[in-house]
Design a protein around this ligand. Structure first.
Ligand SMILES: Cc1cc2nc3c(=O)[nH]c(=O)nc-3n(C[C@H](O)[C@H](O)[C@H](O)COP(=O)(O)OP(=O)(O)OC[C@H]3O[C@@H](n4cnc5c(N)ncnc54)[C@H](O)[C@@H]3O)c2cc1C
Length: 497
């Protein structure tokens, strides 16, 4: 049976998938491609999350695509602006017509005999299962499940008379005005949501088991604002981008090398922002070292202002049980609430939950070793885009897309049809996300591939070094096995995208 075929199949139309398509179109103009997207919209994360105040917490000069500079000086922006940016990029680059919405990829089978992938797709719009074939599979599926967030088992939750909401499933009709709101959690989502809820709520309580590092960042980049008076965007952008890349790396490096100094620095910032005598030790002095878990950033200290104004309070305690009217805590205290928001995190999943197999054998992801943080040992013609945990995601995802294009052009040039990383470093450890020990990482890390201790079986959480090593990476690396498949008689029909 003749099936639709593309040279490259991108899975996911989030910020990574749209960027990948732009790169592919530009750098590999002869290759046909399509994007399969499970949902009905472009944007991934930035379309899914609708909770009040959703915004970036890394700066837009590094979260944007290098080929489409972020204009202006606003560095931390709302989710809608990011969504518009991704959509406009797709529109401007003519990518929209390449996307097949409501196409969830559930399985992909590689056949060495056919020299390609057969991809099984569930169509949410028609209920059909369809199959496509492709020469190269590129998953840009993010890192977490869209259909569920993480909520621990809270005793007594069914007794609570108010509303319980998970931020991943916030809808426009949820009304918090005038209510006593308790937000459970102290991660990026909680600190984003709380100051915005506090604008209309009666009062907001941030209930945390243990504190996180929370650092204030300027919402408007001061250097970009200054330069904006005299220079055009095209000149401001690279200056501010590189300032931010180097700044984030310096912050991360200092945190790893001199954690005590970084802890002190963060504390000084908190002392300046919070009311005199505030109990920093209980509420803002984490047990772990800076960057052992993802650091939280708040624009212009909005969370600290809301605390200082008395609209937000922080409680560090454990939940004993939900009650009819709120929460009973381990300390014996009770928190009254009309609404409880469970900002308790995400559930991670590798490669959008796609089942991979090679020549009839299932790929056991936890056994595979990642090559350069983008290919998998013993899996031919497949790449995956993941970004950084300690810097903007797009920096990493875009490096991967550039390298995928380089690899495809190399294969074209020498007539190769198959590229397979071989002999993944033995004794490799779990892949890790910037060595983060956050709960959501630890809960799922066993499902992810491993990575080795050195190049090419490791990608560090360091954009500048990765950029250098990927640019220098030899495509005739002995760890990459290239081969040419014999042409088949039953060549698949080209997909008219
Ligand atoms: C609330 C929140 C705030 C964040 N803020 C920042 C920030 O400020 N800076 C930063 O760098 N990062 C941030 N992140 C991380 C963020 O996820 C990345 O920045 C980035 O958006 C990831 O883009 P992506 O395209 O790789 O993945 P996603 O945005 O997750 O998009 C993946 C797409 O793939 C689709 N998909 C998945 N599986 C399949 C499948 N099997 N078949 C078909 N389609 C599939 C999904 O439907 C989705 O559209 C944030 C994350 C969250 C949840």
């Amino acid at each position: 049976m003749s099936r639709e075929h593309v040279d490259v199949l991108i899975v996911g139309a989030g910020i990574s998938g749209i960027g990948a398509a732009c790169r592919l179109q530009e750098s590999c103009p002869g290759r046909s491609f399509a994007i399969l997207e499970a949902r009905g919209a472009i944007g991934g994360t930035w379309d899914l999350f609708r909770f009040p105040g959703i915004r970036s917490d890394s700066d837009m000069f590094t979260l944007c695509y290098p080929f489409r500079p972020w204009p202006g000086a606003q560095s931390i922006v709302d989710g809608q602006s990011i969504l518009e940016y991704v959509r406009e990029t797709a529109r401007e680059h003519g990518i929209e017509q390449r996307i097949r919405f409501h196409h969830r990829v559930v399985a992909a089978e590689w056949s060495s005999a056919d020299g390609g992938w057969t991809v099984e797709v569930e169509r949410a719009d028609t209920g059909e299962t369809v199959h496509l074939t492709c020469g190269f599979l590129y998953t840009c599926t993010g890192y977490y499940r869209y259909d569920e967030g993480y909520t621990p088992e809270f005793p007594g939750v069914e007794r609570f008379g108010g509303e319980v909401v998970h931020p991943q499933f916030w809808t426009d009709d949820i009304d918090h005005s005038g209510k006593r709101v308790v937000v459970i959690g102290s991660g990026a989502t909680a600190v984003t949501l709380i100051p915005v809820l506090a604008q209309h709520a009666d009062h907001v309580t941030m209930l945390q088991r243990s504190p996180s590092y929370i650092v204030s960042l300027p919402a408007v980049d001061p250097v970009a604002r200054l330069l904006g008076r005299v220079l055009p965007t095209r000149l401001i952008y690279p200056i501010v981008r590189w300032k931010n890349i180097m700044g984030a790396l310096a912050l991360y490096g200092l945190s790893r090398r001199r954690p005590a100094a970084m802890r002190q620095l963060i504390r000084k910032g908190l002392e300046r922002r919070l009311p005199p005598g505030y109990d920093i030790d209980t509420h803002f002095n984490p047990r772990y070292e800076p960057w052992d878990q993802r650091m939280c950033f708040v624009p212009d200290g909005d969370l600290f202002d809301a605390i200082s104004a008395g609209r937000v309070s922080v409680v560090t305690d454990h939940i004993e049980t939900f009650t009819e009217t709120g929460l009973a805590l381990a300390s014996g205290a009770e928190l009254e609430a009309d609404m409880i928001v469970t900002a308790t995190g995400l559930n991670m999943v590798p490669f959008g939950g796609i089942r991979l197999s090679v020549d009839g054998a299932d790929v056991e992801l936890p056994e595979a070793v990642a090559y350069q943080g983008m290919l998998l040992s013993d899996v031919p013609n497949m790449a995956f885009a993941i970004g950084y945990a300690n810097q903007s995601w797009t920096l990493g995802a875009d490096l991967t897309s550039q390298q995928v294009c380089r690899l495809l052009n190399h294969m074209d040039r020498f007539g190769y049809t198959q590229c397979t990383p071989r002999n993944g470093e033995s004794g490799a450890a779990r892949m890790g996300f910037g060595e983060l020990t956050s709960g959501y990482v630890l809960r799922a890390i066993d499902q992810f591939p491993k990575q080795g201790s050195k190049d090419p079986w490791r990608r560090e959480q360091h954009y500048v070094r990765n950029r250098r090593s990927l640019r220098r990476a030899l495509l005739d690396d002995p760890a990459l096995e290239f081969s040419r498949a014999a042409p088949t008689a039953d060549a698949p029909a080209e997909l008219a995208a």
